[in-house]
Design a protein around this ligand. Structure first.
Ligand SMILES: *[C@@H]1O[C@H](CO)[C@@H](O)[C@H](O)[C@H]1NC(C)=O
Ligand SMILES: *[C@@H]1O[C@H](CO)[C@@H](O)[C@H](O)[C@H]1NC(C)=O
Length: 185
């Protein structure tokens, strides 16, 4: 069947003119929405992972029988609820919390697999979150982690985070890590 290009153009402009939320009905159970222009947001904050003391922000929840035989603690799994602050100082403004799991997924190097939700508490970002999933080779000066999704302001997010250790206590395992995040949403 030959499609009249004028009709196609008319349909396309109709779809483009529809405001957000009022889609074009395709079937009873489906509708098509206009794609809004995307925004790029850059975020800069510090992640505080504290294993020592009376109130650690990350705790070991699982391990393999042989985990402690590996210098890389292969098989160790941690649950974290780490504060995110504006500056490296732990007492600087709280901008969010990093909650989720990270574990040693590498036998050769210190490589953590991270599955975490970063939820923000400040300004227009309050209640919005980004989801991070990827490998964090913590001995490297700079690491890149994928942003695989988000909620609220960051709905449909994708992007990447660059992580850089700002400070570490190698004995206790406590660390402050700088994050520069670029999110398209
Ligand atoms: C992009 O940012 C503008 C201004 O803050 C906002 O009105 C718009 O909804 C945003 N677009 C998306 C797709 O989030
Ligand atoms: C983030 O960007 C700032 C400014 O460009 C830079 O000074 C800082 O080192 C970067 N931090 C990370 C973790 O990449």
């Amino acid at each position: 069947m030959k499609v009249n290009p004028c009709v196609v153009m008319m349909l396309i402009s109709l779809v483009a003119a529809m405001p957000w939320g009022e889609g074009v009905k395709i079937e009873n159970w489906a509708s098509k929405l206009e794609v809004k222009k995307e925004n790029i947001t850059k975020l800069q904050f510090y992640f505080h992972d504290t294993l020592s003391g009376k109130n650690p922000s990350a705790i070991r929840v699982a391990e393999a029988v042989d985990t402690d035989k590996y210098p890389t603690l292969f098989g160790m799994l941690m649950m974290a609820d780490d504060p995110l602050t504006e500056k490296p100082d732990p007492n600087s403004k709280l901008v969010g919390r990093a909650q989720g799991l990270y574990g040693s997924a590498s036998q050769q190097e210190f490589g953590l697999i991270m599955a975490m939700n970063f939820e923000f508490v400040d300004g227009i970002y309050k209640g919005s979150s980004i989801s991070i999933f990827g490998k964090n080779s913590i001995m490297k000066p700079l690491r890149e982690l994928p942003i695989v999704g988000g909620t609220g302001v960051f709905r449909l997010a994708r992007g990447y985070a660059i992580a850089k250790t700002h400070w570490i206590d190698p004995t206790a395992g406590d660390a402050i890590v700088g994050y520069n995040v670029t999110v398209i949403h």
